[in-house]
Design a protein around this ligand. Sequence first.
Ligand SMILES: [Zn+2]
Length: 165
Amino acid sequence: MTPRAEAAWRVLGDVPDPEVPAISVRDLGIVRDVLEHDDGLEVVLTPTYSGCPATEVIERSVLDAISAAGLGPARVSMRRAPAWTTDWISEDGRRKLREYGIAPPGPVAVPEGGAPIRIVRRERIACPRCASLHTEQLSAFGSTACKALYRCLACQEPFELFKPI
Ligand SMILES: [Zn+2]
C-alpha cells in the first residue's frame, strides 16, 4: 500500500458507520481496499446489506473524511462479491459494540465448500453489560433489521444483538 493509501486507511478508522456510530466503517469490515491511481485514491467498499439506504451516506462520509485529511481526490467503488458477512467485523469493532451495549455477532456457520448461510443461533447470547448468559430474546428485530432485541434477566437491561449473517 502506498503512503497516501495507508494514510487514507487510517482516516477511515475514524469514519463512523451511520447505523452503528459506535464503530467505524473500517471496523465494520466494509472497507475492502484503498488503491492509489494516477488520478487519485479509490476506496473499495462492500455494502453490508443489498439496497441498504446507508450506502450513499457512507460513500459521502468516506469521501468527505479523505478530502478533509487532504488526501483527495478520491472515488468510491463497490465490490458486491463476495458478500459482506459479520465475520468481517474486527476484534476492535466487537469490543466497541459491547462497550456501546450491543452484543457482537457470533461466527457465521459455513457449510463445507459452500457460501455462508443465515442461521438461527440457539446458544445463549451474553449480555454486553454484565456478561450474564441468562438472557432472552424479546423481538427478532431491534432498531434496525440487522439487530435483534434482547433482555438480560440478571441486570434487567434490554440490549441489542448484531445478528450474524
Ligand atoms: Zn446484564
